[in-house]
Every structure is written in structure tokens, then in C-alpha cells.
Ligand binder design. Structure first.
Ligand code: ZN
Length: 294
């Protein structure tokens, strides 16, 4: 299969199209998971609570490094661009059980390839519940550009030393995967070997990405983020947030090196007046029986 090594879709298909090929292609798509039946987050309540909130924690994530931060249910996490355009690879875990963690694939299926205000970050099976809700996004104006690119994707994975080794040889240690591994290990006291399997596919905060229309290949382009831009999350359950300031910087050219300009990212946690959250309760774990037909 000649195309396998080029990474492209077959330029010269080997199979004759059927007579009704055009008809089959012309069938309109249907949305896999219409979100109409999802319980909508009460953004009005969250925003009212946010107005009462005071900052209780803060960490500056250094370029090409990672940090974790605790966010209690009901608190807000802000990730902010400081000093220069920079993207971040973001992981989330349930604080009391790291096996319950952000599920980028199902979040993508429910909300689309890129997230913004009102979208939620869902946890892995068998819990499948909202772990965080996006309450503010100063890049929400960007929408989708002419290339099909948008911001804050849940289609990427995370830059990592294994893929780097596969494609280019050599070891690069300050990829987001390694940054998140070191961050989780130091936050929890686990060894690197214990922490690494908990690192998972990310939400690419501030990153501008899409799929090329002709080949369906994952692309990135210079992030529109500028210092002062931020995104905020309401924590639906007790969380550990992990953030890596990607060695790709604004991801305009390449990553996994030490020469691309990179900047820090700021994480801040805000505690609201709890009376302003009256009526809100943390979501229960998914109610499926787990009998799987037996
Ligand atoms: Zn990265």
C-alpha cells in the first residue's frame, strides 16, 4: 500500500466507485450525539458565584514545564496567557480517584472538536459525569477560520517523547507528556513510573488546530492567544488540574525542541461565597448498572 508510508489518503484509489457513489456521498450527515438532552449548566448561577469569588491559590507554569493545582468542587480555575503567546496541554483528574479523569474522546463526541463557554469536560467510564464547565473564554470570538482551525481542541493528544523518537529519533524530555508526568509525580508523591500512566489525552488550551480538508491531517497554526487572554473552568467535583506550557510555544512552527520561543502560563484558583452556589450540587457518577447485558 503505497500511501501508507506517505501519511496521505490514497491519491489513486484501487477500488472502482460504485454507480451510485455520488448519491452515497451526497447523503446529509446527522449529528451523532445531539446535546439537546444533556442537562445544561446553569451559567447564570456560576457567573453570579464567580462575582463573589476571591483568589485562594496561584501557580506560574514555567515554559517547557508543568504544574498541578488542586481545585475544590465549586471553585473556579483560570488559565491565563502571560508574557507571550503560549499554548497549554491540560489534564484533569478527580482528586479522590485518579482513574476518573478527563475523557477527551467522549467530550469531543458530545461538544465537538473545540471547546468554549458552556461546554463541559467529561470524566472517563464508568463515571462519565461533568468534571468541569467552561464559564469564560476570551478567545470565543475566533470561531472557525477559513482553514477549519479553531481554539481549545480536544482532538490532539499531547506532545510526547515516544512519538518524537518514532518520527525523528533522539530523546526530548520536555514534551507535555513528560512535563505532566513530572508535575503529577511531584504533586502526589508518586514515582515517575507510577504517575505516567495517569497522564492522558489533553484539552489543548489556547492551541489553534484542525484537520486539513483534503487529507484529514491534524494541523496546528499560530495561536491567536495574547497576554491577558484566559479561560475559566468551574469545578463540578474535587479536581487536580495539570498544565504543561508546551515546548511548541504558540505552535506556529514546530514543537519538541528547546529553541521555539515559549512563555509561562498562569493558573489561579478562586473560591466563591458558598451561599452564591445555593441550588448547585456536584454531579453524581453515571447511573448505568454496569451489568453489560448479563
Ligand atoms: Zn505540547
Amino acid at each position: 500500500m503505497a500511501w501508507a508510508s506517505s501519511g496521505m489518503k490514497p491519491a489513486h484509489p484501487e477500488t472502482q466507485p460504485p454507480e451510485d457513489a455520488d448519491h452515497r456521498r451526497a447523503i446529509a450527515p446527522v449529528i451523532c450525539y445531539p446535546p439537546d438532552t444533556l442537562p445544561a449548566p446553569d451559567l447564570t448561577l456560576y457567573r453570579r458565584a464567580r462575582q463573589t469569588a476571591r483568589q485562594v491559590d496561584e501557580v506560574v507554569v514555567k515554559p517547557r514545564d508543568g504544574n498541578c493545582i488542586d481545585i475544590k468542587a465549586g471553585q473556579f480555575l483560570r488559565i491565563e496567557s502571560v508574557k507571550g503567546p503560549q499554548v497549554g496541554d491540560f489534564n484533569l483528574w478527580a482528586a479522590d480517584d485518579l482513574s476518573e479523569r478527563f475523557y477527551s474522546g467522549k467530550t469531543r463526541a458530545l461538544h465537538g472538536t473545540h471547546l468554549s463557554t458552556g461546554d463541559r469536560l467529561w470524566t472517563s467510564f464508568p463515571s462519565l459525569r461533568p468534571m468541569a464547565t467552561i464559564t469564560t473564554d476570551t478567545l470565543d470570538w475566533y470561531g472557525f477560520d477559513d482553514f477549519g482551525g479553531s481554539v481549545h481542541d480536544v482532538i490532539g493528544t499531547r506532545c510526547d517523547p515516544y512519538t518524537g523518537r518514532l518520527l525523528n529519533g533522539g530523546d526530548y524530555h520536555y514534551c507535555c507528556h513528560s512535563n505532566l508526568t513530572r508535575a503529577l509525580a511531584s504533586h502526589t508523591g508518586m514515582s515517575l513510573q507510577e504517575a505516567e500512566p495517569h497522564v492522558h489525552d489533553v484539552m489543548n488550551v489556547f492551541m489553534c488546530t484542525g484537520f486539513t480538508r483534503d487529507t484529514g491531517q491534524y494541523f496546528m497554526k499560530a495561536s491567536p492567544v495574547r497576554p491577558g487572554d484566559h479561560i475559566e473552568f468551574f469545578a463540578e467535583i474535587d479536581l487536580i488540574g495539570g498544565l504543561s506550557a508546551c515546548p511548541g510555544g504558540d505552535c506556529s512552527s514546530e514543537h519538541s525542541n528547546d529553541v521555539t520561543p515559549c512563555y509561562p502560563l498562569l493558573m489561579q484558583v478562586f473560591e466563591p461565597d458558598r451561599s452564591a452556589l445555593e441550588g448547585w450540587v456536584p454531579p453524581e457518577k453515571n447511573a448505568y448498572s454496569r451489568s453489560h447485558g448479563t
